[in-house]
Design a protein around this ligand. Structure first.
Ligand SMILES: [Zn+2]
Length: 306
């Protein structure tokens, strides 16, 4: 008999694993979190719910904290668990350990809206990161006593982005392969379209009873997951085709391409400079890929079809 999901005050519980839904998933600082109850209880991505985590911290129940990658919305409440042992994938350790590295991986335009926004958040929230004493790699088991939870390295979104496979309850947690309507997000220098696509292909073949992601308050069945994952994966080709169609009309520079509405909607770009910055970086990743495939080239800052 499979374990059945049971609703809790803050999310849903399957066996001894509680998925805690982000209090406000529209807000950029929050993602879902996971509490793995065990003699060595572990909290994954503390950020979903301040009051719940404050009470967990006061009970000193959490022995370890795992961040699935370095992004701020997955670790905004790390500081509540100062006495825990912190874990992450080895490739995201540099940007989890230092704001300077975080910014270096974020954007090569050093005064971009994105960099200014990050600097403002880090100083306002006074984020001081703990020392990460355990680094993980693909295939490692988390140090738990009663259950097997395996690290699945899913790079692309960030270099050290990981998912988790919960063997006893047959749940795959895919973190920021998050199946949201926007589609994949790779607006960091350290992001990679090709790695993201390979990671999606890898989880496509993982047969589980349940699936969940870091954004969106739901557990997916295998059929729902397969359908959503396919739609999510299609976004790469849809975006690339839009770039090629626009360059077919006329050569354009990156600023012009960033205002068309290829990834975000045009109306979002008109009102949010941060999204313009994300749009530009993701388009640059596509253009780099299209150069490698000999489909576009650049002359005097203008992008042309080859
Ligand atoms: Zn992320």
């Amino acid at each position: 008999m499979p374990y059945l999901p049971e609703k809790t005050k803050n999310g849903v519980k399957i066996g001894s694993v509680e998925l805690i839904w982000a209090n406000n998933s529209m807000d950029f600082f929050f993602s879902n979190s996971i509490l793995i109850e065990d003699p060595e209880s572990t909290l994954v991505d503390p950020s979903a719910n301040f009051s719940y985590f404050e009470s967990l911290a006061s009970q000193k129940k959490v022995k370890r904290v795992l961040n699935t990658h370095y992004h701020i919305d997955h670790r905004s409440l790390n500081s509540l668990f100062r006495n825990a042992i912190f874990m992450c994938h080895e490739l995201d350790l540099p940007s989890l350990s230092s704001l300077e590295n975080y910014l270096k991986y974020a954007d090569q335009v050093r005064d971009s809206e994105y960099i200014q926004w990050l600097e403002e958040i880090f100083s306002r929230l006074d984020i001081r990161d703990p020392y990460f004493s355990v680094t993980l790699k693909d295939g490692d088991l988390l140090p738990l006593k009663d259950q097997e939870v395996q690290v699945i390295h899913l790079p692309g979104h960030t270099p050290g982005h990981i998912g988790l496979f919960f063997k006893e309850i047959s749940l795959l947690y895919t973190s920021d392969i998050d199946l949201t309507p926007l589609g994949p997000w790779y607006a960091n220098i350290s992001s990679s379209i090709e790695e993201f696509q390979q990671s999606i292909d890898r989880i496509r073949h993982m047969d589980c009873t349940y699936y969940a992601t870091s954004h969106g308050k739901r557990v997916y069945t295998p059929d729902q997951f397969a359908e959503k994952l396919q739609r999510f994966a299609n976004a790469f080709a849809i975006r690339e085709n839009k770039i090629l169609e626009n360059l077919k009309k006329s050569p354009r520079n990156i600023e012009e391409l960033s205002k068309i509405g290829i990834i975000y909607r045009k109306v979002q770009l008109a009102s949010d400079p941060l999204k313009v910055s994300f749009e530009r970086q993701m388009l640059e990743k596509h253009l780099d890929k299209l150069i490698r495939e000999n489909k576009v080239h650049q002359e005097d800052k203008l992008w042309h079809l080859t």
